[in-house]
Design a protein around this ligand. Structure first.
Ligand code: PLP
Length: 406
């Protein structure tokens, strides 16, 4: 595989530290990824040379910062192959992107009796906004189930769609099960009924090449911090035909065209959806993160992480009493598991003391936990900077958990 792992790891300063006198093993990448020096440097460069509020000034720094910000929008357009930069809305993360669509789409298109379809595997961020919007508007939220491997069934979706369905909102990749959903098939089925599809790309965009035109999704939402960029950055991609129609989400500076005493006209896209001073330094970091990912190549990343996932699945499968949640053949690089009836928090605490960061709990997916009838899982999520040696250390730590608690 065309991957120089030592060189990659050298780019991530945080990885080179000892935790409890052991080298840190960071397997909590689905919660947030670490940042390469290139991203940290881009933020420093911005504050040392370019810092200024954007879009409003005619002076040198304001123009320079505005140009850099708009360049970043162009890079993101290319990265996900959107048709136009006016379809790229900066937000503070996937959660804000999803709230934006749920709120604006609801106001524009959803009436009492209408239906929205989502799935049981959704993160709360792609569940609660739809649930609340449906409650407010007298609409019905319908929930797609999963099979024993943790996969959605497009056939079930087909049977659920009807003339009342206004939108389908599903995740590209599950943050609990790792399943890569058959989103192209879902979108194609939905479009046969002229139903738009929103993809929650929070776990997709850092692992897989994403081409929104090829997918033909109508909305794609993601966070910067899960793709090696700073916290507080994110994107809402929406097809221009929808964004033109949707009302603004937040009101204030920047999103207006003219303000009168009794009414206001709104700015053109994408600014209509970007009220107030944005996170400019974060977007500089996001731009650097995208350049970093492009340099490695998303295909290479997917191949290397697939190799790590295969290795980890094989090694962990050999542990007696381990139970996996999410066994689809189409998975991104994360593994959710339980060890007999050991509580995930207890397991997580012992694993932590061995220098390994894994996540434990419901992973912001309580409906899925209820469906699976479990309190939570232990989740190890891998990045391209992780190694098979680190996976071996996880296996040793799990055996220690069993020795202490089983
Ligand atoms: N959707 C999925 C699938 C996620 O995994 C997450 C975060 O874990 C989110 C949405 C929310 O992302 P954020 O907290 O960055 O807004």
């Amino acid at each position: 595989m065309n991957f120089n792992i030592e060189k990659i790891r050298a780019d991530f300063p945080i990885l080179h530290q000892q935790i409890y006198n052991r080298p840190l093993v960071y397997f909590d990448n689905a919660a947030s990824t670490q940042k390469p020096r290139q991203v940290i440097d881009a933020i420093r460069q911005y504050y040392e040379h370019d810092n200024c509020n954007i879009h409003r000034g005619v002076h040198y720094l304001s123009v320079k910062a505005t140009e850099a910000y708009e360049e970043a929008r162009k890079e993101i357009r290319k990265f996900i192959n959107a048709k136009s930069t006016c379809e790229i809305i900066f937000t503070k993360g996937a959660t804000e992107s999803l709230n934006l669509v749920a709120s604006s789409f609801g106001k524009r298109y959803v009436k009492p009796g209408d239906e929205i379809i989502t799935s049981i595997m959704e993160h709360h961020s792609n569940f609660v906004p739809w649930q609340q919007m449906c409650l407010e508007r007298g609409a019905r939220l319908r929930i797609l189930g999963i099979n024993d491997c943790g996969e959605l069934d497009p056939g079930e979706l087909n049977a659920m769609m009807n003339e009342k369905t206004r939108l389908i909102a599903v995740t590209h990749v599950s943050n609990v099960l790792g399943t890569v959903n058959p989103v192209k098939e879902i979108i194609s089925l939905a479009h046969q009924h002229e139903i738009p599809v929103l993809l929650d790309g929070a776990q997709g965009v850092s692992h897989l090449p994403v081409d929104v035109q090829d997918l033909d999704c109508d909305f794609y939402c993601f966070s910067g911090h899960k793709m090696y960029a700073p916290m507080g950055t994110g994107v809402m991609y929406g097809k221009e035909i929808y964004l033109e129609e949707l009302p603004p989400y937040q009101l204030g500076g920047e999103m207006i065209k003219d303000v009168f005493l009794d009414h206001t006209t709104f700015n053109e896209l994408p600014f209509k959806f970007e009220a107030g001073t944005p996170n400019v330094e974060g977007v500089m970091g996001l731009r650097a993160a995208i350049a970093y990912l492009q340099e490695l190549g998303m295909e290479n990343i997917a191949a290397y992480e697939g190799h790590l996932l295969g290795y980890a699945t094989e090694k962990l499968s050999a542990i007696e009493g381990i139970k996996f949640f999410g066994t689809s053949r189409h998975k991104a690089s994360l593994i959710s598991f339980l060890l007999g009836d050991i509580h995930p928090y207890d397991a997580g605490m012992i694993i932590d003391k061995m220098g390994i960061a894994v996540r434990t709990g419901h992973h912001c997916a309580m409906p899925l936990m209820d469906y699976l009838k479990i309190p939570g899982t232990v989740r190890a999520s891998f990045s391209f900077y992780n190694t098979t040696e680190e996976v071996d250390q996880l296996v040793t730590a799990i055996l220690k958990v069993k020795e202490m608690l089983a």
